[in-house]
Design a protein around this ligand. Sequence first.
Ligand code: ZN
Ligand code: ZN
Length: 91
Amino acid sequence: MATNDRCSVTSCDDYAVCKGMCRKHYRAKRLYGDPEATKRQKSPDYCCVDGCDAPHFALNKCHHHYMIDYRARKRRFKAENRELFYAEAAE
Ligand SMILES: [Zn+2]
Ligand SMILES: [Zn+2]
């Protein structure tokens, strides 16, 4: 059964989630080209942004990508408030 697929890395018996590997090994393969390159995996997680292997900071992102999000959120919030302000002023 597909749901019983195990990670193809011999020393690992986690369930395979992608391309026959568990999440951890698939990520290592994607980042380092070697599923067993787990030297840098001491930290619980890494940035979820494709191509970014910076350590996790918050909300599944590294500090850099978290700040990009944070600024975008702030900008959106400001824009919404401005619309609210003008909507109220127009009444
Ligand atoms: Zn594995
Ligand atoms: Zn990142």
